[in-house]
Design a protein around this ligand. Structure first.
Ligand SMILES: NC(=O)c1ccc[n+]([C@@H]2O[C@H](COP(=O)([O-])OP(=O)(O)OC[C@H]3O[C@@H](n4cnc5c(N)ncnc54)[C@H](O)[C@@H]3O)[C@@H](O)[C@H]2O)c1
Ligand SMILES: O=C(O)C(=O)C[C@@H](O)[C@H](O)[C@H](O)COP(=O)(O)O
Ligand SMILES: [Zn+2]
Length: 373
């Protein structure tokens, strides 16, 4: 692999994810024909990257409109979505116009949802600027916003026209955000591609500090491997009828933490605890058994903790967590469902486990205090 040459990963032949160094100005290449107007949705934190994308598009002759949205999870609300619909309406966006999301997963989720719902669907090009956005949120067409009752409860499946990942932009990403993105990368290792785990462990062994940042020697390969895992899964099952659920590994408990903590935890931080929770649940329910099962649960803790991720959560919150978990999209009626592992890269499902086992798994990840770091 040449680090400098862009890599293009096709998602089922429908669209491309372009991963490269210094590729940000190529955003126009991903827009389809006939586009006149473009709405660039961005957070307040990225003025320079937004200006680069905007001027690249203006240079190609597009009528560019910009929409600054609140940072992080505060962007994923009905009020913010409604403000963007108003802006599209005033500017006269038609079905041949486009939305471009520039930012982390919160921005690409919002931009994708607004594109999915405007005129029942206009194209969206995603320009993720966080590791988590590149390896997960911007790819695959899950778009959405939160409601007071929970995470991502309103949304649509709306695949992008293209995804542009310029790895150079990760140089300014705070370490905690990069590490949160690594949690989703590690997820791909446990559910589908164990080489990901080997690469993370190798990076930590050679330089634990570098491993947590843009200097991680395997970062480009990790991004590409995680995108391939996601691309293969969503190409086979866009609407999550079955296979796609594996990408939700660790999310039942993780989303519950995010909600209970009022989104003060990063998504990846919550998913890290969620993966340890569900690994313990798999052991308690016999999905993971014997010395191999024990070793796999221990590997969850060791890989995630070696990156500086917390693998425990405050005790005494069970009722709130359970209420939030019941709203998980994998639930069917009153039956809670989890993605569990039967072994490394052998995902399976667990439906309706005993409340006592659910709570016992919580006991195994519980501690005093609430902060993820
Ligand atoms: N749709 C999906 O399939 C999917 C998958 C995974 C996660 N998600 C969603 O993604 C969201 C989390 O995304 P996230 O972790 O990217 O968080 P985020 O969007 O909040 O970004 C994290 C922080 O990094 C800042 N930032 C972004 N790019 C930067 C850069 N290059 N340099 C410096 N700062 C930068 C942002 O301003 C923000 O403060 C959650 O809402 C989660 O539910 C969606
Ligand atoms: O793409 C998917 O499918 C995933 O589940 C990826 C997750 O990492 C992501 O956080 C997703 O937004 C969760 O979706 P939800 O359906 O549980 O809201
Ligand atoms: Zn996620």
């Amino acid at each position: 692999m040449t680090a400098d040459a862009p890599t293009t990963i096709s998602v089922g032949g429908d669209y491309d994810v372009v991963i490269g160094s210094g590729v940000l100005d190529r955003v126009g290449d991903l827009l389809g024909a006939d586009v006149d107007r473009v709405l660039v949705v961005h957070p307040p934190t990225l003025p320079e990257l937004t200006a680069r994308v905007t001027s690249a598009l203006e240079g190609l002759g597009y009528a560019v409109h910009v929409a600054e949205v609140p940072d992080a999870e505060a962007a994923k609300t009905a009020e913010v979505a409604a403000s963007l619909w108003a802006q599209l309406g005033v500017a006269g966006f038609t079905r041949t116009d486009a939305v471009v999301g520039v930012g982390g997963g919160t921005v690409t989720d919002l931009a994708g949802f607004v594109a999915a719902s405007w005129l029942r669907g206009v194209q969206v090009v995603q320009v993720p600027t966080t590791l988590l956005g590149m390896v997960d949120a911007a790819v695959g067409g899950k778009t959405g916003i939160n409601t007071a009752e929970g995470k991502n409860l309103v949304g649509a499946f709306h695949p992008p026209a293209g995804v542009l990942c310029d790895v150079d932009v990760l140089a300014t990403l705070p370490e905690a955000d990069l590490v949160a993105g690594l949690a989703e990368v590690v997820k791909c290792g446990f559910i589908a591609d164990p080489v990901v785990l080997d690469l993370v462990e190798d990076a930590v062994a050679s330089d634990p500090t570098a491993a947590r940042g843009a200097a991680n020697p395997h970062l480009r390969e990790l991004i590409e491997r995680a995108v391939r895992v996601k691309a293969d899964v969503v190409a086979a099952d866009l609407r999550e009828s079955s296979l796609r659920e594996i990408l939700n590994y660790g999310h039942t408990f993780g989303h519950a933490i995010e909600q209970v903590e009022h989104y003060t935890w990063r998504h990846g931080e919550a998913v890290a605890v969620g993966m340890v929770y569900v690994a313990e649940l798999a052991r308690l329910t016999g999905h993971l058994a014997g010395p191999e099962g024990d070793a796999l649960v221990a590997r969850h803790r060791s890989v995630l903790e070696s990156l500086g991720l917390t693998t425990t959560y405050a005790a005494g919150r069970w009722d709130e967590l359970l209420t939030a978990m019941r709203r998980d999209k994998k639930s069917r009626g009153s039956t809670l469902r989890f993605v569990v592992l039967d072994g490394l890269a052998r995902p399976s499902r667990l439906a309706g486990p005993d409340d006592a086992l659910l709570q016992a798994a919580y006991g195994l990840v519980s501690r005093r205090g609430t902060s993820p770091s």
